[in-house]
Design a protein around this ligand. Structure first.
Ligand code: HEC
Length: 163
C-alpha cells in the first residue's frame, strides 16, 4: 500500500516536472503594452520548433526550405503579402527584412514573433490565434514558419543571432 503511494506520487512529480520544463521558459510580451502574451491551448500544437522557441527564443525553421515554403503559403493566406509585398520588402506596410525596423526588437525572432502575434499601436493588427477573431488566427508553429519565410529574404539576418 505504502509503496504504491510512493510510486504514484513520484510518477506525478515526474509528469509535472516534464510539463513545466516544456512550457515555462522565456517570457513573451506584447509590442503594444509590454504585458505578457498568454497562449490559448489551441495556439499550441507541440512541434519541436514550438518547444524550442518557447524555451530559448530560437526559431529552428529559419534556413529550413520546407518550413519556408509552408511559411510562404501562410504569409499569402493571412494577407501579409498585400501590405508587406510578396518578398517582404514592403508595400503599404514597412519592409520586414531589416536590418532596420520600426520596432528594433524585430531583428530577433522573439521580437518579431511578439509584434506579429499581438500587433502594434501603429496600424498592424494582432494575428495570433484567438486575438484577430475567436477560433481563428495563426498558431505558434505557423507563425514561426511565416517568420522563417520573411528571414529567407535577408541571409545576413537569421533572427537567431546570439542564441
Ligand atoms: C492591412 C495591412 C497589413 C497586413 C495584412 C499585415 N500587416 Fe504587418 N504591418 C502593417 C503596418 C501598417 C505596419 C506598421 C505598424 C507600426 O509601425 O506600428 C506593420 C508592421 C509589421 C511588422 C513590424 C515591422 C517593423 O518595422 O518593426 C511586422 C513584423 C509585420 N507587420 C508582419 C506582418 C505579417 C507576418 C503579416 C501577416 C501575418 C502582416 N504583417 C500583415 C500592415 C499590415
Amino acid at each position: 500500500m505504502f509503496s504504491k503511494k510512493v510510486i504514484v506520487s513520484s510518477l506525478l512529480a515526474a509528469l509535472v516536472g516534464i510539463s513545466s520544463l516544456t512550457y515555462a521558459n522565456i517570457k513573451l510580451v506584447k509590442t503594444t503594452d509590454g504585458s505578457e502574451i498568454k497562449f490559448p491551448e489551441k495556439a499550441l500544437v507541440g512541434t519541436d520548433a514550438e518547444k524550442e522557441f518557447l524555451k530559448s527564443g530560437k526559431n529552428i525553421y529559419v534556413g529550413d526550405a520546407k518550413a519556408e515554403a509552408d511559411g510562404k503559403k501562410r504569409y499569402n493566406m493571412w494577407s501579409c503579402t498585400q501590405c508587406h509585398g510578396p518578398t517582404a520588402k514592403g508595400q503599404v506596410g514597412p519592409g520586414l527584412t531589416g536590418p532596420k525596423y520600426n520596432y528594433a526588437k524585430d531583428a530577433t525572432n522573439k521580437g518579431m514573433f511578439e509584434t506579429i502575434w499581438a500587433g502594434t499601436n501603429g496600424g498592424m493588427g494582432a494575428k495570433g490565434y484567438g486575438l484577430m477573431a475567436a477560433e481563428d488566427g495563426v498558431t505558434v508553429d505557423e507563425l514561426l514558419k511565416i517568420i522563417a519565410f520573411v528571414r529567407s529574404h535577408n541571409k545576413d539576418l537569421s533572427g537567431n543571432e546570439g542564441l
